[in-house]
Design a protein around this ligand. Structure first.
Ligand SMILES: [Zn+2]
Length: 345
């Protein structure tokens, strides 16, 4: 995500980065030869400052809770303040509320400035822009601030998971209403936002659910212990046969007793089509696999696992003792959701 951004400036220790979509918008305005483009640029600068103050308000309140802001990324239509850790629900309520509150204060300020100087261009536009920013961000749909506020408020009265579920339903309701509105008004930008909010509502809930179900689990509780392995000198023909005759899709590759790679089903099929069945496993396997220790925390590795398609080899003192796959992690979560905990030997 950081690759499409570049640093712009730092403000009280927080780096503000520009996303390329934002730069394109400004470039179009600057390059436009129409004379009113310059007053548009003035307006765009005012909106930029408003969005930035919204994000800085999040960062300021987060700092009060001793949570550092990694950076603020400014997109085409808004910003994101990335925090170093997920705040607790009570903290998140105030951190989320700070952003829209900043826009409401700015709207009030522009309202008074406009009343005092009615001839100055754009003061009223900026009042409206800030009201719109506050309104949109307060929609009760994750990942918008309103969704975070709703989730926090609900979780004071009910279990965390139920609060997340209700917030997800609210988010989908908001997304559908926004879609209906955009079709009615032919506002296609809103339709894109509605699609995004609908998909995110479900994803946020599933992520929350996994986090709650995983809490306190060790890697070894979710790992497979009976599995086939391949030797680096095996042929792809042999690997394909194991793929057909077992339920397994991912194969650790050994050299003697040492693990040297991981061969996934997709890599196997790809290598078969490229090099034929007589090629060796060593040439097709992934040497850059994720290795985890068995007694480490499963949720602590969640982000790392997600980056690796939830595949990992479990090594104890360099020896292969287990395998993690997406299917098995899901199976593990299903069993936990019905209250079953694995007995560890
Ligand atoms: Zn916000």
């Amino acid at each position: 995500m950081l690759s499409a951004t570049f640093p712009f400036f730092r403000i009280s220790g927080v780096e503000v980065r520009l996303h390329f979509t934002f730069v394109i918008l400004v470039a179009l305005l600057v390059l436009s030869t129409r004379p009113e483009a310059w007053t548009h640029l003035l307006l765009a600068t005012g909106i930029f400052a408003s969005v930035l103050l919204h994000e800085l308000a999040h960062a300021y309140v987060a700092r009060r809770f001793k949570i550092r802001t990694l950076d603020i990324i400014m997109y085409f239509l808004g910003g994101v303040a990335r925090l170093e850790r997920q705040p607790g629900l009570r903290e998140d309520l105030l951190i989320a509320a700070a952003g829209p509150a900043a826009n409401l204060l700015l709207a009030a300020a522009f309202h008074f400035l406009h009343s005092a100087n009615p001839t100055v261009a754009h003061l009223d536009d900026l009042r409206q822009a800030n009201l719109l920013l506050a309104f949109f961000n307060l929609l009760p749909a994750l990942p918008l601030d309103g969704g975070r506020i709703l989730r926090s408020l609900l979780s004071f009265r009910m279990p965390e998971l139920r609060a997340a579920r209700l917030t997800s339903i609210a988010g989908q309701g908001i997304a559908l209403s926004l879609a209906a509105f955009s079709l009615w008004q032919s506002q296609w930008l809103f339709l894109a936002a509605a699609g995004f909010l609908f998909l995110t509502a479900r994803k946020e809930y599933e992520a929350q659910r996994s986090a709650v179900l995983m809490s306190g689990a060790l890697v070894r509780e979710a790992m497979i212990e009976r599995f086939e392995t391949l030797d680096h000198g095996d042929t792809l023909r042999y690997a394909a046969e194991i793929l057909l005759t077992s339920a397994q899709q991912d194969f650790p590759v050994l050299h003697g007793s040492q693990v040297v790679g991981l061969l996934t089903r997709d890599e196997l099929v790809e290598a078969l089509s490229q090099h034929g069945p007589d090629a060796y496993v060593a040439g097709a396997m992934d040497r850059d696999f994720l290795a985890l220790p068995p007694d480490s925390s499963l949720p602590a590795h969640f982000a790392l696992l997600a980056q690796n398609d939830f595949r990992a080899l479990i090594l104890s003192d360099g020896r292969l003792i287990g395998l993690l796959t997406l299917d098995k992690i899901n199976e593990f979560l299903v069993l936990r959701s019905v209250g079953l905990r694995r007995e560890l030997a």
